[in-house]
Design a protein around this ligand. Structure first.
Ligand code: NAD
Ligand code: ISE
Length: 340
């Protein structure tokens, strides 16, 4: 059976996901697209796919079995609620929502439905290097994880569109999610320090040094630099009681010439995580074809939203801001070892 997918939001990542669903992966076909920019949607539609005027019409259509949401964060809530109301599996790019209240609404709707329908786009959980790192920590030979050093560097972000809150509510959410997943822990509080401002981004607040205080007492330090010019550089190292485990340097051809010896660095997230996005969608297609969702859940999206909110409060207060989660609904109580 081929899963008939409708893609909402045909901007940068929407088009990249259409490409992978259409030309890389099997088991799915993009049969519908929608975007507030209708012409953009029509241009991105693969042959034979219908262009809808609204996301809601696409979700309700009998031609569509499952939806992929790649619109801007503030639009996710309404689109997720529409997919849950239609009982259709939905992949939603991060962030799940842009407010705690919205995340709770989505969670209430999904728990009332009674079956998981939502997978959130935290693709690092599908990256082979991160999966191997987690396997080492989970094996326990190195003892308990004490510190995680996470580095998240973007070569550049779109001037004007990417605002000063976004390093925390758009970019940090990946580090927050991967910290909870890698350490099998929850984030209890957030501190933010603002180093000297980089002149690369004009008035943009950048870089940030974020401290995530985990419930276990472990501490995660995160460097967020979004205009570092040289490339997209993601690093991670976990210090445990009896050793250290780190992401490897990415393999890249070694070029030797008049300028010396060098290796290319990925330009952006599309290059660095290409295999992770492919695997993320392989697993989504399998679950959605069975009418459900696995992998990062609404609960995980809610957790990341709370961390982003706390980080933004920490910028204003200069204090350690607490993260208070509601009790986890049973629907999301997957044994840690099974969670992607
Ligand atoms: P983009 O601006 O390139 O594209 C967003 C598209 O959504 C635009 O075409 C816009 O017209 C459309 N849109 C906005 N509101 C809409 C609505 N109500 N209905 C239909 N279409 C609507 O942005 P992007 O970089 O493609 O990011 C899209 C989403 O993907 C964001 O949530 C972003 O955080 C996320 N993202 C995730 C990753 C990742 O690594 N997982 C990487 C990039 C972006
Ligand atoms: C973008 O939306 C992503 O999700 C990327 O993975 C991240 O590195 C970037 O900073 C975000 O803007």
């Amino acid at each position: 059976m081929t899963l008939r997918v409708g893609v909402i939001g045909t901007g940068t990542i929407g088009r990249d996901h259409i490409r992978r669903l259409t030309t890389v992966l099997s088991g799915a076909a993009v049969v519908a697209v929608a975007d507030i920019d209708r012409d953009g949607a029509a241009a991105a539609a693969p042959p034979g796919a219908e262009t809808f005027d609204t996301a809601e019409a696409l979700i309700r259509s009998d031609k569509v079995d499952a939806a992929v949401i790649c619109s801007w964060g503030p639009a996710h809530e309404e689109q997720l609620l529409a997919a849950i109301a239609a009982g259709k599996p939905v992949f939603c790019e991060k962030p799940l929502t842009t407010s705690e209240a919205a995340a709770l609404k989505v969670m209430e709707a999904e728990t009332a439905f009674g079956r998981r329908l939502v997978q959130v786009g935290f693709m690092r959980r599908f990256d082979a290097d991160y999966r191997r790192l987690k396997a080492v920590i989970d094996a326990g030979e190195l003892g308990a994880p004490l510190m995680f050093h996470s580095v998240h560097r973007n070569a550049s972000v779109p001037a004007g569109l990417y605002t000063s809150d976004m390093p925390l509510n758009d970019t940090l959410v990946h580090d927050a999610d991967v910290s909870r997943w890698l350490l099998t822990d929850e984030i209890a509080g957030v501190e933010v320090r603002l180093p000297r401002r980089s002149r690369q981004g004009g008035e943009l607040r950048d870089p940030h040094l974020v401290l995530l205080h985990m419930r276990s007492g472990a501490i995660v330090d995160v460097e967020i630099s979004v205009n570092i010019a040289y490339g997209y550089d993601i690093r991670g190292e976990v210090s445990c009681e009896r050793g250290v485990a780190a992401l490897p340097n990415r393999p890249a051809t070694v070029v030797s010439d008049l300028r010396g010896i060098r290796q290319a660095i990925p330009e952006d997230w599309r290059q660095r995580f290409v295999e992770a996005y492919d695997q993320e969608f392989r697993e989504w297609i399998a679950a959605a074809s069975a009418g459900t969702a696995t992998g990062p859940s609404t609960w995980d999206g809610y957790a990341a939203t709370l961390v982003a909110d706390a980080a933004l409060r920490a910028v204003s207060s200069g204090n350690l801001e607490p993260v208070a989660m509601i009790r986890k609904p049973e629907l999301y109580d997957v044994p840690a070892a099974k969670a992607a």
